[in-house]
Design a protein around this ligand. Sequence first.
Ligand code: BEZ
Ligand code: FE
Length: 279
Amino acid sequence: MRNLTQDNITQAVIARLAETPDPRLKEIMTSLVQHLHAFARDVKLTEAEWLQGIEFLTRVGHKTDDKRQEFILLSETLGLSMLTVAMNNDKPAGCTEATVFGPFYVEGAPSFDLGEDVARGAAGEPCEVRGHVRGLAGEPVPGAEIHVWQADAEGKYDVQRTDVETHQARGVLHAARDGSYHFRTILAEPYPIPDDGPVGDMLRATRRHPWRPAHLHFMIKARGYETLITHVFRNGDSYLDSDAVFGVRQSLVADWVKQPDGKYLVEYDFVLNPGGEPR
Ligand code: BEZ
Ligand code: FE
């Protein structure tokens, strides 16, 4: 095929995918080419702008390593992560809503007994978190595996710090026989997503801020239920309506109440969707 024009190159590229053996890959590649070409036509992309885009993506790749996932930040700030979560977690009414996973979960976090302090020295005001894990019919989910992780008072996750070698402000707990859980930690505070890379440049160029409202991350796994990946957000936070990664759901906002002894308390009940793979 020679002398392709701007009017027939899209079909020519799609035709080149005809022999793709995996039908899903063929579908995704075909749609990607269609939308990518449509985007270039829509904005009448210049060669200089195309090069700028290539250079931007190159910087995103160079910024990425085992501690920093700039591509996830790009996906999150473009709303692609939340769109994907929303499309794939259309749970029945009454189930706890899912939100973005984020780049700061790590495997191998320490296990704690109920009531223990997962902060392990992370800076922040003391806080207790408690509630229940239940199924959609209200049944308790005993032994549900509760993964929790959060940033410290300076807005940093342990994996972002160069001065701590141990896990801090993250851990794994198991719900009691009645589905209840409780643990101690530090108060969740708002923090900016890492903005010292190309994604930060993109935010500044578009006059966007990098802040996320205060939240705790949860991943809850239990046999017979879909795994839930979510956050609990702190009511009253000024970034609830402008989360840099579009992750807020009203049903995930809870009150962090200061107790007479000065410690904070937040209570949140999770409702899991029955189904999922047995573990
Ligand atoms: C987080 O909440 O940990 C997070 C989510 C998306 C991008 C950066 C951080
Ligand atoms: Fe977070």
